[in-house]
Each structure stands twice: as structure tokens, then as C-alpha cells.
Design a protein around this ligand. Structure first.
Ligand code: C2E
Ligand code: MG
Ligand code: MG
Ligand code: MG
Length: 286
């Protein structure tokens, strides 16, 4: 036991930084190989209409099925993908998956279905395929752009470079909708709300987590909802985990909700079976 303890202390003091650096190097080289090795998966989480409990759309969330480490969540690798530029080909791949998926689900189940795709600022600023190339590609396939919504964070819209503006205009011209993700946690400037054509505000889950007990969070949510509606935006609450949170949000006039209370992100076939195929798409726990 003493020996073990000693070893742990040794590794704590000397090996950790080295180990961290090595793990990052390995992560980068694994990440480089992962796309070709088809190790990425797209999971889908329902976004539910609070008025009737029906599934409204889905958010596409990437997962990495690592051969040795198992399923890795995006929090573990998106930053590294951004730092290395790998987010561009990975993001294009996610977008293509979502596009094929929404086409299939529209044909099979719901002609108005939509899938939300996350885009990091790095993707918007750099020339990913979703710029002119993809928009042309979409038009050629006569794809109704409103099948896709892109989720961006507030920070992107703070100091807008001409390229960012151009990109957002191209999306909109193709009919693609735009959501502000993690609303309320980024920069506090609201000027972008009047400068840009935005469709949805997604209230970050830090404002939802303590909704039952925190009067300030309740006040903030109510104010965000009123403001958004006056600006003509729809509101999605993120991270809804309890029926009480759902009830408070519904009472406050929130439009849509997403969270473990309704369902976790799942593979496409599971999503279709639970939310699209079985009758009317109503949540059993409405
Ligand atoms: P996000 O876009 O804000 O996505 C919502 C995250 O909250 C997801 O985490 C989801 O699983 C989680 N979540 C949903 N409901 C609940 C809930 O009730 N409670 C809690 N505690 N969490 C909930 P996930 O899938 O780990 O993704 C994390 C972040 O990674 C995303 O945050 C997004 O910023 C980024 N991300 C995911 N997929 C992509 C992608 O394809 N491209 C880019 N650029 N970023 C992605
Ligand atoms: Mg998102
Ligand atoms: Mg979010
Ligand atoms: Mg986020």
C-alpha cells in the first residue's frame, strides 16, 4: 500500500504534465485519422414544442467512437479540432450527415422536419464547404434550406468581420435558419440581435438548472422570452431535466425545450423509432 501511494505521488508531481502533453499529441494524431476510419457518429436529440409536447426538430451532436477509448463526447475533442483546423472537414462531414438525414426523415415521416447543426466560429470564419460551395450544392439538389438550422454562439457576432457577415447572408439566402446557442453566457452585447436576422435563441442550461429554486434565474428566463418574442424570435430552453422546469418554462411562454427530461442524444435509427415512427411523435411524458 505504501509503495502504491509513493508511486501515485511520484506520478502526480512529475509525470502529469508530460503525460498531458503526450495525451494531446496522441489525441491530435488519432483525430486526424478518425474521419477516414469512419469513427465519428452523429447523435440526435429531440427539441420539443412546449405547447403540445410534440417533437419539433432535432439537434445533431457529434460523437467519436474511439477504437481504444470508447465513445468520446465533443467536449473532449472539439477544441483540439478547432485548434488544428480539423474542425473544417469534420464539420463538413456532420453537415452532410445531417442533410442526408433530414432529407430521409422529411420523405419518410415529416415534410417540415428540421435538423440543427452546430458551427464553431472557426468554421464560420474559415472557408468550409458550407459557404458558397455548399449553398450551390444545396441549390443543385433543390433542397429546401429550411431543413437545416445552424447554431452559433454570441461571441461570433460581436466583432463581425466582412467574411462572417457574407457567410451568414449566404446561409440565409439558401433558406437556412440561424439559432444563437448558449444564449446569455457569452458577451453581453445585445446589439447583434438587431443587426442580424436570427430565428431562435437557445437559453443556456445554466439558467435552467436551478429554475425551481432560483428566483433570479426565473426572472432572467422570463425576460429573455419576452425580449425574444418582441424581436420576433422563437425561444428554445436547453438542458430541461425535470417536469417542474418544463412547467415553469411553459408558463413563461417559452416555445420549445430540449433536455434529458425528454430524451438524450441517440443514434438516428433510435431517434426515428422513438420520435418519428411511433404514431404522432408525442412525448410519452408530456
Ligand atoms: P451545445 O450545442 O450547447 O449542445 C447541447 C449539449 O448539452 C449537448 O452536449 C447535449 O448532450 C447536452 N444536453 C442536452 N440536454 C441536456 C440536459 O438536460 N442536461 C445536461 N446536463 N446536458 C444536456 P454534447 O453532445 O456533449 O455537446 C457539447 C457541445 O459540443 C455542444 O454544445 C456544441 O457546442 C459542441 N458540439 C457538438 N457537436 C458538434 C458539431 O458537430 N460541431 C461543432 N462545431 N460543435 C459541436
Ligand atoms: Mg447547439
Ligand atoms: Mg447550447
Ligand atoms: Mg455549447
Amino acid at each position: 500500500r505504501a509503495k502504491n501511494h509513493g508511486r501515485n505521488r511520484y506520478s502526480y508531481f512529475t509525470a502529469d504534465l508530460h503525460e498531458q502533453a503526450q495525451r494531446r499529441m496522441r489525441l491530435i494524431s488519432d483525430l486526424r485519422a478518425a474521419l477516414a476510419a469512419q469513427q465519428f457518429r452523429v447523435y440526435y436529440q429531440p427539441i420539443v414544442d412546449l405547447a403540445d409536447g410534440q417533437v419539433f426538430k432535432a439537434e445533431a451532436l457529434i460523437r467519436w467512437q474511439h477504437p481504444a477509448l470508447g465513445m468520446i463526447e465533443p467536449g473532449q475533442f472539439i477544441t483540439v479540432a478547432e485548434d488544428t483546423g480539423l474542425i473544417i472537414p469534420i464539420g463538413d462531414w456532420v453537415f452532410e450527415q445531417a442533410l442526408n438525414q433530414v432529407n430521409q426523415w422529411r420523405c419518410q415521416y415529416r415534410p417540415d422536419f428540421q435538423i440543427s447543426v452546430n458551427k464553431s466560429p472557426v468554421q464560420i470564419r474559415q472557408a468550409d464547404k458550407t459557404s458558397s460551395g455548399w449553398v450551390q450544392h444545396l441549390e443543385q439538389r433543390q433542397f429546401p434550406g429550411d431543413g437545416i438550422c445552424i447554431e452559433i454562439t454570441e461571441g461570433l457576432l460581436l466583432n463581425t468581420e466582412p467574411g462572417t457577415l457574407k457567410k451568414l447572408r449566404e446561409y440565409r439566402a439558401a433558406g437556412i435558419q440561424v439559432a444563437i446557442d448558449d444564449f446569455g453566457t457569452g458577451y453581453s452585447s445585445l446589439t447583434y440581435l438587431k443587426k442580424f436576422n436570427i430565428d431562435y435563441l437557445k437559453i443556456d442550461r445554466v439558467f435552467i438548472a436551478h429554475l425551481e429554486t432560483d428566483a433570479n434565474d426565473q426572472a432572467l428566463c422570463e425576460a429573455i422570452i419576452v425580449m425574444a418574442h418582441k424581436l420576433g424570435l422563437k425561444v428554445i430552453a436547453e438542458g430541461v431535466e425535470t417536469d417542474e422546469q418544463r412547467r415553469i418554462l411553459q408558463h413563461a411562454g417559452c416555445d420549445y425545450a430540449q433536455g434529458f427530461f425528454y430524451g438524450r442524444p441517440v443514434p438516428a435509427d433510435e431517434f426515428a423509432a422513438r420520435w418519428l415512427a411511433a404514431g404522432d411523435g408525442h412525448s410519452p411524458i408530456r
